[in-house]
Design a protein around this ligand. Sequence first.
Ligand code: NOJ
Ligand code: CA
Length: 547
Amino acid sequence: MTNDALWYKDAIIYELPVKSFCDGNADGIGDFKGLHEKLDYLQALGVNCLWLLPFFPSPLKDDGYDIAAYTSVHPAYGTLDDFKAFLDAAHARGMRVVIELVLNHTSDQHPWFQRARSAPPGSPERDYYVWSDTDRRFEGVRIIFVDAERSNWTWDPVAQAYYWHRFFHHQPDLNYDNPAVVREMLAVLDFWLDMGVDGLRLDAVPYLVEREHTSCENLPETHALIKAIRRHVDAATPGRMLLAEANQLPADVRAYFGDGDECHMAYHFPVMPRIFMGLHAEDRQPIVDAMEQTPPIPENCQWALFLRNHDELTLEMVTDDERDYMYLAYSLDPQARLNLGIRRRLAPLVGNNRRRIELLNALLFSFPGTPIVYYGDEIGMGDNLYLGDRNGVRTPMQWTGDRNAGFSRADAARLYSPLITDPVYGYPAVNVEAEESDTASLLHWMRNMIRLRRQFKVFGRGTIEFLSPANRKVLAYVRRYRDDIILCVANLSRTVQPAELDLGAFDGMVPVEMLGYTEFPAIGSLPYFLTLGPYGFYWFELQRPGR
Ligand code: NOJ
Ligand code: CA
């Protein structure tokens, strides 16, 4: 692994739930032993950073985001020693590991909550959480899981008081006005960073602190807390990365970078739905607008880019019109809608159209930021809209066409989730083994693209400028870093398109298509003319003649 403190800028992140990846002990649930066995696969894919969803002891009512103990491993996934062995093995392969730090809330089964509810009001133990005699405090604060919860307050018969929760009612929010809570969480963070974990995803970070007559989101007190966390990490374990999960408007997300003294990374929530909008509308404008409205970020910071993840495709931060548009475009089946979003995987979202899948990934891999690939999307896995909540996008990884998709040797009835079995996306049709033996498969294409992207630092570190060809179905942009210049051109439409690009600034340079290393005619003073096939895209390295 490099010693570069900015390693996260050159990373390709692979997101995975341990339970869904590979079952090493045949009990029907994925575990660290299974994941360990699959590191060769991940290395061959070319990703160099793994982001693991929560694997801690938990009643699993929110798939582990309801934590009951912060410094151990859920027994279904193995032991702490299994985790350490996996971590060392990942490091030995040059892969970094990012895990979850769920700061905002715990499970109601956590001993802190059990202790708090029976402790006297006003005691330090009670004050680990946010209590109230009425459910009228912090009125007007939005509810996030609108399909499941009616209020952010729930009555606790033991405490004889209401407690505050921004997510499910079984996830009480911790009280960050209590210094003991801050100390506890810093100890949790030290525990994992001392073990060698490379980064922490700060789950639900905008909601840490509450104040009356505010939205209780993005408050200055919350930012002060993140700065304190960052100082602590930099002092104790420099070189580790903090990733903010802040599903907010662009200016509000920007604030989580601070002056380069809060989080190193933050998800680019605003651009993701606009990429899908641009694709459906066959018009670059939503994408260009979202990118141009992206505020600049400090030198040491980086956007985390994604197409899909383990949650619904969130439409919380788009306008009502945009949300209606997205629902119509991408979820004609109302069963696909959940909360303010769409619970589908990448392939089914785009009608399993291979060209669209490739185009979207080509954008993901060439936009400024660090790309995240969601497990299974590299082979075009499907989903199951009938599994409830977001479980339909968390089904077992499809390794082979054999029993249980090669995921587990347990009885099929014991699997933590049914497999995808439909004729299009079912494991007999879509699986790693088959795609490994088919050089034309999506998996091979993804490996190729990931390798290519890793050869050029400009993708992770460079600037972006958009060109404005008259044809709005064409999205064209230039990425630059030091002496490297890359021109990306994409056709967002289903039909062949012409593009006339103003490349006057690069007069005399030679575009070399990067997948085939094919030289194109040199750029002259006239507009540069290209033809793009349906959903076609090109990456060109602009070279000086004779280089
Ligand atoms: C965001 C996570 O991505 C989601 O899966 C979870 O339900 C909420 N935070 C609550 O922790
Ligand atoms: Ca297992």
